[in-house]
Design a protein around this ligand. Structure first.
Ligand code: GRF
Length: 220
């Protein structure tokens, strides 16, 4: 059984997709040991509460300096005794000592096809604004292992989404979430939970046999 901690900052639709995927069997062999948010107002915390999942807030505002916040975050994650850390809309930079403690055991969902539209400053709606400004016709989402860079870790899986004529950033963000993020993140967690993901020299190999059927997710 893969024990995971999910780190959140906002609405928690990706957390909800994981909760729903475990409930409907899209994700197997996995349990969410806990949810951690840097933002005490994150609706993701309400989603965790409704699902009966232990949740807590570790906010930088509650600590004298960055170092004590980093240690508190690491101690809190450690207290859940997890195998994998999932960043699901988490907007805080992961401390290097946490990456050292969990090598290739932290994954992140980014709302573009990395290496496009990623790195410092590319998060949330800003990603989709840049996609529309550049005029690309295909975007999507990427799940990758977290390393000490920004969106630079080994890519695990990606899913493409069309950009439609006249899309607004919000419309495009919603399509990327519905058609890519909410399908991709559960799929990657299930693959990891069932030993189907390996990394060699920074390149990820995913065993695509027995892949789960992809179903859309209505999440509100
Ligand atoms: C989403 O666009 C996701 O790609 C990004 O954070 C945004 C909010 O995610 N990582 P959520 O609804 O809080 O899961």
């Amino acid at each position: 059984m893969l024990r995971i901690a999910v780190l959140v900052s906002g609405g928690g639709t990706n957390l909800q997709a994981i909760i729903d995927a475990i409930a409907d069997g899209t994700i197997t062999n996995t349990e969410i040991a806990g949810v951690i948010s840097n933002n005490r107002n994150a609706y993701a915390l309400e989603r965790a509460k409704r699902a009966g999942i232990p949740a807590c807030v570790v906010s930088p505002k509650d600590y004298a300096d960055r170092e004590t916040f980093h240690q508190a975050l690491l101690d809190t994650v450690s207290s859940f005794a997890v195998d994998l850390i999932v960043l699901a809309g988490y907007l805080v930079v992961i401390p290097e000592k946490m990456i050292d403690a969990y090598p290739n055991r932290i994954i992140n969902i980014h709302p573009s096809l990395i290496p496009a539209f990623c790195g410092t400053g590319f998060y949330g709606l800003k990603v989709h604004e840049a996609v529309l400004a550049r005029g690309v016709k295909v975007t999507g989402a990427t799940v990758h292992f977290v390393d000490k860079g920004t969106d630079t870790g080994p890519i695990i899986m990606q899913k493409a989404v069309p950009v439609e004529n006249g899309d607004t950033p919000k419309q495009l963000q919603q399509r990327v979430m519905e058609q890519a993020e909410w399908i991709l993140l559960p799929a990657v967690i299930d693959k990891i939970a069932n030993g189907k993901v390996s990394v060699t020299d920074g390149i990820v190999r995913v065993d695509v046999s027995f892949s789960q059927t992809e179903t859309g997710k209505d999440i509100h």
